[in-house]
Design a protein around this ligand. Structure first.
Ligand SMILES: *[C@@H]1O[C@H](CO)[C@@H](O)[C@H](O)[C@H]1NC(C)=O
Ligand SMILES: *[C@@H]1O[C@H](CO)[C@@H](O)[C@H](O)[C@H]1NC(C)=O
Ligand SMILES: *[C@@H]1O[C@H](CO)[C@@H](O)[C@H](O)[C@H]1NC(C)=O
Ligand SMILES: *[C@@H]1O[C@H](CO)[C@@H](O)[C@H](O)[C@H]1NC(C)=O
Ligand SMILES: *[C@@H]1O[C@H](CO)[C@@H](O)[C@H](O)[C@H]1NC(C)=O
Ligand SMILES: *[C@@H]1O[C@H](CO)[C@@H](O)[C@H](O)[C@H]1NC(C)=O
Ligand SMILES: *[C@@H]1O[C@H](CO)[C@@H](O)[C@H](O)[C@H]1NC(C)=O
Length: 473
């Protein structure tokens, strides 16, 4: 039972002036897909577990922003208003399905009956299931997989940078230092990998195979070897491997997906503000689905490991991060605060968010402040955000496809100052070597397909020579 005193102090916390005055005005969510699973043939799909994860997360964000305590001002709470929402995901079955599952939780069915001109009543199918388009992302090159550009989008300089990881001393040390560890693991994964490939070089795919097998209770050969401690070690090694590919503090190009995400966040939130200040109620909530590597690249760029070293680890399935636009000043109906009165906070949740396990606030950019003024926030993101295709083309050093339009200008600029340009450009000879490496490199997407082709069992041996392994979905 609550003592009267406790009760009173509880009330006091509930009613502190700052709580009472805060108004949330918009948000941008970046979300990882849920647990992904097997079909006997591609395309891969979300598992039931994955569906449940993203749906639960959607329900959580509904309770937070759509009809709950931190409801975004003027956001429609039952019937979706499409102008208020932007939902994007790359062309990818797992990510598109994840977005849809999330939306079912965010805007559940609303019983709708329409009366036609002739008096007939029409009822919406599926109890009023709300149809919300998930748009494909066409930032940068119009890549099919904005989630992990290194391989999927063809940002040359990002690939080049990531491949440099394999030359670093950090990588070489881990490669030689873990030889025995992976050798001992061989009996567990030997049905899937050639002996030579079971090394730190393939840390992620080895871990991923085991992770999927464990979640779905597949039969694992020599499973007695795979103790919890050994499994945890495979994860830690995969974390180091993926971090190395996603971010390098002295070479931002590696984190190109994080830069693009930053650009998308800025543009969307800028629209939230511009629309609001123009008296409109559109562009309130942005939701994007993508891969863990984008989280890692962004975490590196935003200096999150300074706050907590866990940010260097891969986020779990259905993880989400949120940029919340709010104000402490009073907002009257039909009004929107001036830009100087706007603030942003950053939240992250590792794995599925729910009422019993909510996202937490973390300071951005290595600061100690749990919220930033809009100006400081946008300045901070602008330091690395890629906002236009032209910028992307220049940074990536790409000259064909959608970049052809800018190649001319870039070339004449280079001729003018007789330099190599961005400093990330590569000579033809180096390009050739890298090209060869990249040919060997296959995104996890294809590997997942290989794995999933065999169902959730550890699949028959395939040729898996992968110096660089990154996740597609
Ligand atoms: C919010 O929406 C959910 C799902 O439709 C519903 O169960 C809940 O009662 C609503 N909460 C409020 C405060 O309206
Ligand atoms: C009313 O209009 C709808 C749509 O044109 C049609 O399907 C329906 O049969 C009409 N009902 C009557 C009673 O005419
Ligand atoms: C990070 O980049 C620098 C500069 O290109 C390079 O010397 C270093 O080896 C890289 N480190 C890793 C871990 O990739
Ligand atoms: C998981 O696998 C073990 C051992 O094969 C088996 O005993 C157990 O019933 C399985 N559980 C499920 C849920 O299939
Ligand atoms: C944000 O909007 C302002 C005008 O409202 C514009 O000048 C600025 O370029 C926009 N920034 C971005 C990143 O879109
Ligand atoms: C998320 O959890 C995983 C373990 O499940 C951990 O390795 C990783 O570092 C965590 N990330 C963050 C940002 O907490
Ligand atoms: C090359 O010239 C352009 C414009 O003339 C300038 O913006 C750029 O900074 C120069 N780059 C170098 C490396 O000097």
């Amino acid at each position: 039972m609550l003592s009267p005193l406790l009760f009173a102090s509880g009330l006091a916390t509930l009613l502190t002036p700052s709580d009472a005055a805060e108004t949330v005005l918009g948000a941008y969510i970046f979300h990882r897909h849920g647990d992904r699973s097997a079909k006997s043939t591609p395309p891969t799909s979300l598992t039931t577990l994955g569906y449940q994860q993203v749906y639960t997360s959607g329900q959580y964000y509904r309770s937070r922003y759509v009809n709950g305590s931190s409801q975004i001002k003027d956001l429609s709470s039952d019937s979706v208003k499409l102008s208020q929402l932007s939902v994007t995901a790359p062309v990818d079955n797992v990510l598109q399905s994840s977005a849809m599952g999330f939306l079912q939780g965010l805007y559940p069915p609303v019983d709708t009956v329409q009366t036609l001109g002739n008096g007939t009543k029409v009822e919406a199918p599926l109890n009023g299931y709300q149809l919300i388009p998930v748009n494909t992302i066409d930032a940068g090159t119009g890549s099919e997989d904005n989630g992990w550009l290194q391989d999927a989008s063809g940002c040359q300089n990002a690939k080049w940078s990531s491949n440099k990881y394999f030359e670093s001393s950090e990588y070489q040390e881990l490669l030689s230092g873990t030889k025995d560890f992976y050798k001992k693991l061989l009996p567990v994964v030997k049905n899937t990998f050639e002996e030579n490939d079971v090394t730190f070089k393939n840390a992620y795919v080895v871990y991923d195979l085991l992770n999927v097998a464990k979640i779905h209770n597949s039969s694992i050969p020599s499973s007695e070897i795979l103790t919890d401690a050994i499994f945890a070690q495979t994860r830690t090694l995969a974390d180091a491997h993926e971090w190395g590919l996603a971010y390098n503090s002295s070479d931002n190009m590696r984190a190109v997906t994080g830069m693009q995400l930053a650009g998308e966040i800025l543009k969307y939130m800028n629209n939230t503000i511009a629309s609001g200040q123009a008296g409109k109620t559109s562009n309130k909530l942005g939701v994007q689905f993508g891969a863990y590597a984008t989280f890692m690249s962004f975490f590196g760029l935003a200096n999150m490991p300074k706050v907590n070293a866990d940010f260097m680890g891969m986020p779990d399935y259905a993880s989400s991060m949120v940029f919340e636009l709010f104000t402490d000043s009073e907002v009257k109906d039909g009004e929107f605060p001036a830009s100087k009165d706007l603030q942003v906070r950053f939240l992250f949740h590792n794995g599925t968010a729910s009422a019993s396990s909510e996202p937490e606030v973390y300071p951005l950019f290595g600061s100690s402040s749990k919220s930033l003024s809009w100006e400081d926030f946008s300045d901070g993101l602008n330091k690395f955000a890629i906002l236009t295709t032209e910028e992307w083309c220049n940074k990536c050093g790409n000259k064909d496809g959608p970049c052809a339009a800018y190649a001319e200008t870039a070339a004449s600029t280079q001729a003018d100052n007789g330099s190599k340009g961005s400093g990330h450009g590569m000579s033809a000879a180096v390009g050739g070597v890298i090209g060869a490496m990249i040919t060997l490199a296959v995104v996890l997407g294809s590997l997942a397909a290989v794995m999933l082709l065999g169902g959730l069992r550890l699949v028959p041996k395939r040729v898996l020579v992968r110096p660089e392994v990154t996740e597609k979905a």
